[in-house]
Design a protein around this ligand. Structure first.
Ligand code: SF4
Length: 361
């Protein structure tokens, strides 16, 4: 599955997979954590793509693979159309194109250095400063709406609020003139009152600087507000993707419905989460078949044995769920087909409720 496919890709991932191995028990048996499995996505210039999922779904590992901090077990990266040779070589050049902004701005800044130092360092290392170094630093601060820059340039991290410090993190990322920004939960540690300002900053960087931005979050409401397209991740896999408005107005996967039902929506009033069973799976031994099946209220027999293939629900909207295929096409071999016929609409909520009631114990 790919998204943003009609736009020129700045960064593209194909089949990215990360399995962490470890040893456990008296016999030192080898175990494996399936952190990310076969994820493909396209980040296009001038767009925000959101990855939405709960803690432990693999979204941060995915961001670190895209930043080349974590080496994938399998898969390929393409930067501006060129295949990236994975390994240590060329990492500095890659970092000048792809920058990662982390969740905790206090942990990502050196507490003993002033803002000036944090911004001068990348300008020097990547030779991106203009003729006047001081003016280059001030320009970075203005680009992240820390104005006048003289008020912030000599501050230490502890003298800034979380929102201001996260803006400095973005300024530091911009110092190397990247094409791609990977923002890993950039507002989740901030006070609610200042989150909107940072989200609007990310939107400005997309619109004014034409950056390709990956916005990682567990909050589907903020993804709906900011992103152009949304990929929903569950247990290491992308299970649904679509334009943000399509996905939030017409979710096609039961897990997306669950996320949306728990998200605040002024039009709907108080959220009323859908009933589900159990907790997210352990990625050491993901459930067979559909990884969501132990929690899914619509589970069928085929879901327990065979992973659902990605099904095109509508143009640009794909979901990996057996319910999206007509009953006659729900065959195990369908999961190995590369592409499937478009199923417009697919079974609606009413049909799914019927299925669910048939599967009630
Ligand atoms: Fe997974 Fe089946 Fe539920 Fe679809 S209906 S989400 S395939 S368990």
């Amino acid at each position: 599955m790919t998204d943003n496919a009609s736009l020129a890709p700045a960064l593209e991932a194909r089949g990215l997979t990360k399995h962490f191995t470890f040893r456990h028990g008296l016999l030192s048996r080898r175990g494996r954590v399936h952190a990310v499995d076969d994820v493909s996505l396209v980040l296009a210039a001038g767009t925000v793509t959101a990855i939405v999922g709960e803690s432990g779904s693999g979204k941060s590992v995915l961001a670190r693979m895209l930043a080349r901090i974590v080496m994938p077990s399998a898969g390929e990266l393409y930067l501006m159309g060129e295949k990236v040779v994975l390994g240590q070589k060329g990492r500095r050049q890659y970092a000048s194109e792809v920058q990662l902004v982390l969740q905790d701005p206090f942990a990502s800044m050196n507490p003993v250095h002033r803002v000036r130092h944090s911004l001068v360092r990348p300008l020097r290392i990547h030779h991106t400063a203009g003729p006047d170094l001081e003016e280059s630093v001030k320009d970075l601060l203005r680009r992240v709406a820390l104005s006048p820059p003289e008020r912030f340039i000599d501050k230490y991290p502890h003298e800034l609020s979380g929102g201001q410090l996260q803006r400095v993190s973005f300024a530091r990322a911009l110092a190397v003139h990247p094409h791609v920004l990977l923002a890993d939960e950039p507002v989740s540690m901030l006070d609610v009152s200042i989150r909107l300002g940072v989200l609007n900053l990310i939107g400005d960087l997309r619109d004014k600087e034409r950056l390709a931005i990956l916005y990682i979050t567990h909050d589907i409401a903020s993804a709906r507000y900011l992103a152009d397209s949304i990929c929903v991740m569950y247990a290491g896999e992308i299970i649904e993707r679509a334009a943000a408005s399509t996905l939030t107005d017409s979710p096609a996967h039961p897990y997306t419905e669950l996320l949306l039902s728990a998200a605040p929506d002024p039009a709907r009033g108080q959220p009323t989460p859908l009933p589900t069973r159990g907790a997210p799976p352990r990625l050491v031994a993901p459930p067979p078949g559909c990884r969501f099946h132990p929690r899914c209220p619509y589970v069928m027999e085929i879901c327990k044995t065979t992973p659902p293939p990605p099904v095109t629900v509508d143009a640009g909207h794909e979901a990996s769920c057996w319910l999206r295929l007509p009953a006659g096409e729900r065959r195990p071999e369908a999961s190995s087909q590369a592409s499937l016929p478009m199923v417009r609409g697919g079974p609606g909520l009413h049909a799914r409720k019927e299925v669910a009631s048939r599967n009630e114990p």
